[in-house]
Ligand binder design. Structure first.
Ligand SMILES: [Fe+2]
Ligand SMILES: [Fe+2]
Length: 374
């Protein structure tokens, strides 16, 4: 079967030519909160996804000082969370960074702590800088080191802070608040005791569940989310280096690995997934596109990505997004070093709802024409 050219005037699409009688009919229908489907069908059923978000980059060199400035302007006790959020220029109405995903940069100074709360949206963090920061998720206390990835599954009590003898710390937050709101399922609660009182040993989660290939033999973990809540940079990066020795890598993503719930092999949380990928010296991937929105954080190195024909140069701590069904390819500019991209996404939702689709860029040897530079 050969696919036809997609035209809105073809058999199978709505192609009614309006006339006076129809206009009068539409008006009559509107009076009863109804409408004729053929007047909206082609808009609400596009041939393929039309992402609302714009590809966007947020560079650390532009934002770091502005995030630090918030330290002197608000207290975490008043702000709830001292976060500068990343607002997609096309998604101001829902405060989204990309698609239905939210992201921001949180900053705390030594001795500060933000009160415990929980919400129906899932959350994760990727640590950017600092020392002595900690998070507590349902009583599990974890130290946060640079480039560690930490999850806060939906519905869990959580709070963050920085120890007195620590350093001002900064991390990227990722949540699916816009998705949860779009589904009209969001709840928010403040902890009755303000802060969690936990006797669990520090870093019990990674100590028990963070060894590759080994799980506690007797412990039972009944929750729907991962018992491993912190994925340390050292282990993740070493994993990529090891894998790089034995694989050619993926044509579109280089050496890419996904973060999993070690007990199930599935995603660590129900609605958001995370992956980390290594681009070898000078590697330039081919372009593809897929459903699902992705927010990248440059964990190491420098290079650029071509997203929808525009080149976005990036370096460590920059954040950029790839909206759904938008062509993208990545390039590591270093001749003698690797580059590493951390990403989080809404793939678990796409997969559970059977919406995931992927397509390779068919022309030009798999590379887009670069028509602009951001
Ligand atoms: Fe939260
Ligand atoms: Fe991709």
């Amino acid at each position: 079967m050969t696919a036809k050219d997609n035209r809105d005037d073809m058999l199978g699409r709505a192609r009614v030519k309006d006339n006076a009688a129809l206009e009068a009919y539409y008006e009559e229908l509107a009076g009863f909160e109804t409408g004729a489907l053929w007047t909206v069908a082609n808009d609400i059923e596009p041939w393929e996804p039309k992402p609302k978000s714009a590809p966007t980059i947020w560079r650390s060199r532009d934002l770091r000082d502005k995030v630090l400035a918030s330290l002197d302007l608000v207290r975490p006790e008043d702000a709830g969370r001292r976060v500068v959020f990343l607002r997609n220029p096309m998604r101001k109405d829902v405060s989204a960074c990309c698609g239905w995903l939210f992201s921001g940069i949180q900053v705390m100074r030594p001795g500060e702590s933000a009160p415990a709360h929980n919400h129906a949206a899932s959350a994760l963090r990727f640590i950017m800088e600092g020392a002595g920061a900690y998070t507590v998720v349902d009583g599990h206390r974890m130290t946060l080191g640079a480039k560690d990835f930490v999850i806060t599954p939906n519905g869990t009590w959580h709070e963050h802070g920085v120890l007195e003898d620590g350093e001002t710390s900064m991390w990227q937050d990722g949540l699916d608040i816009p998705l949860t709101n779009a589904l009209e399922a969001n709840f928010y609660e403040v902890h009755p005791d303000d802060y969690q009182n936990s006797n669990l040993p520090m870093d019990d989660s990674p100590a028990a569940w963070g060894t590759p290939g080994l799980l506690p033999a007797r412990e039972k973990w009944g929750a729907f989310y991962s018992p491993l809540m912190k994925y340390s940079w050292d282990k993740s990066y070493q994993g990529l280096l090891d894998f790089a020795r034995v694989t050619d890598g993926d044509p579109y993503d280089g050496v890419i690995m996904r973060f999993v719930n070690p007990q199930t092999g599935g995603d660590p949380m129900a609605t958001m997934g995370a992956q980390m990928q290594l681009l070898r010296e000078g590697e330039h991937t081919k372009a593809h596109r897929h459903t699902g929105n992705v927010i990248y954080h440059v964990a190491k190195g420098k290079g650029y990505s071509v997203i929808g024909g525009t080149r976005y140069d990036w370096e460590e701590k920059d954040i950029f997004c790839v909206p759904a069904w938008t062509w993208h390819e990545h390039c590591n500019l270093a001749e003698k070093d690797d580059a590493v991209l951390f990403q989080f996404n809404d793939f678990p939702v796409m997969e559970k709802l059977k919406f995931y689709r992927e397509q390779a860029y068919p022309e030009n040897g798999g590379h887009q024409d670069v028509t602009a530079q951001a």
